[in-house]
Design a protein around this ligand. Structure first.
Ligand SMILES: C[S@@+](CC[C@H](N)C(=O)[O-])C[C@H]1O[C@@H](n2cnc3c(N)ncnc32)[C@H](O)[C@@H]1O
Length: 204
């Protein structure tokens, strides 16, 4: 897991960005979460979002890298930490009122599977909120297609994901996309749809 290698330097490397814009984007992103609810974060990293969590009935932060989680542990006593991949979440169906991720879908190997898991564990009509760097529109998009070749090879990070479209294709209702930094970053507000009921077998 490449983030095991990045864990130690992560907070320091991101500090200038946090100061200039990232912390305010994090606050804005988490402001979409319901209060006094059961919430789940995926790819929580070193816990950079913890200070912006709303008052919750139950807050769970999940993350695949054990080394990132070790730094997250130093930032909280009240948030439950779980080591897991976003593609195989160890939670029962409909167990959360809302879920969120920041800067995670760029590095998840199988985003479709992660969206399917989010749909499964979040209650119908529950919010799924994402802050992601994405493929920007226009000519810049082609530049990002090129950068993507390098970033995938070197740091397993996809620079041309179209995350709002992926969310919609996965079956989520995309309510709003707030474009930031020339469309390089999107705050994506989604809602889980009603789930299809299992067909009733009529025994005649
Ligand atoms: C750029 S960091 C973002 C960390 C944190 N969300 C933040 O905003 O600072 C990406 C995180 O996603 C995690 N990640 C990557 N693939 C994952 C997966 N398949 N399941 C869960 N987490 C994953 C990485 O370990 C890393 O902590």
């Amino acid at each position: 897991m490449i983030y095991d290698k990045f864990a130690k330097g992560y907070d320091k490397a991101f500090a200038p960005f946090e100061k200039r814009f990232l912390s305010s984007w994090r606050r804005e992103t988490l402001s979409f979460l319901p209060e006094n609810a059961k919430i789940l974060e995926i790819g929580a990293g070193t816990g950079a979002n913890f200070k912006f969590y709303p008052t919750s009935k139950c807050a769970v932060a999940s993350e695949i890298s054990i080394k990132m989680l070790a730094f997250a542990r130093q930032k909280t006593n009240s948030i439950a930490l779980v080591q897991t991949s976003a593609e195989t979440l160890p939670f029962a169906a409909n167990s959360f009122d809302a879920a969120f991720a920041t800067l995670v879908f760029c590095s998840i190997p199988n985003p479709e599977k992660a969206f399917a898991e989010l749909q499964r564990i979040v209650k119908p009509n529950g919010k799924i909120i994402l802050l992601e760097h994405v493929r920007p529109p226009g000519l810049l998009g082609f530049v990002f297609d090129f950068i993507n070749i390098l970033t995938v090879a070197i740091i397993e990070d996809h620079f041309n994901r179209q995350t709002a479209e992926l969310a919609e294709n996965a079956g989520l209702r995309v309510l709003e996309v707030r474009s930031k930094a020339f469309g390089i970053v999107n705050l994506i507000v989604c809602e889980n749809k009603e789930k299809a009921k299992s067909p009733v077998n009529l025994m005649i």
